[in-house]
Design a protein around this ligand. Structure first.
Ligand SMILES: [Mg+2]
Length: 172
């Protein structure tokens, strides 16, 4: 089974760090857009962002149980600091295994389709919409359940791993 996984706000807590910076630098929406503000601090934000609980256990299980892990991120498309080498280091330093890192992916659907992804995880609905339009099962990773019913939702990687195990058993 091939599993496609986003990085920011899916396996690392980028938004939490962005919110901390918002308070620290007294972000003023009248002076700059939220996107401009985040871009200005992107280097620090990416350096401070940490792996969410349960990610390592889930990735280790996938690696040890025949799942192919394909990381699909838009990083570097918008910012040259968050490049492939910087991003690969995040995985290395945290001992997190993966098989392929697709960087600058936007839209993500064609990349997911081309790599034969069976199951895709992302926090952004626009990415889920695009990937699911290729008939790929797409799952939302969120801080809180929205219960909108459009996509299956999970708030943590312990539940995600349980679901991956379930889907893997269904295919076996
Ligand atoms: Mg994301």
């Amino acid at each position: 089974m091939k599993i496609g996984i986003d990085i920011d706000d899916t396996i690392v807590n980028t938004r939490v760090i962005e919110e901390q910076f918002k308070a620290k630098y007294n972000y003023n929406a009248d002076e700059e857009t939220w996107y401009e503000f985040c871009q200005k601090h992107v280097q620090e934000i990416c350096e401070l962002a940490t792996i969410k609980p349960g990610v390592k256990e889930a990735f280790d299980w996938m690696r040890n149980n025949g799942c192919e892990i394909v990381i699909i991120t838009a990083r570097e498309r918008f910012d040259h600091f968050c490049n492939e080498r910087f991003t690969a280091r995040l995985f290395e330093e945290n001992g997190i295994p993966y098989d392929k890192l697709i960087i600058e992916s936007m839209p993500k659907g064609p990349d997911a389709h081309q790599h034969g992804i069976d199951l895709f995880f992302d926090d952004l609905e626009s990415n889920l919409d695009n990937v699911s339009s290729y008939g790929i099962e797409s799952i939302k990773v969120c801080e809180e359940l929205t219960c909108q019913g459009k996509y299956k939702e999970f708030t943590n990687w312990y539940d995600i791993l349980a679901y991956i195990k379930l889907r893997k058993n269904m295919r076996a």
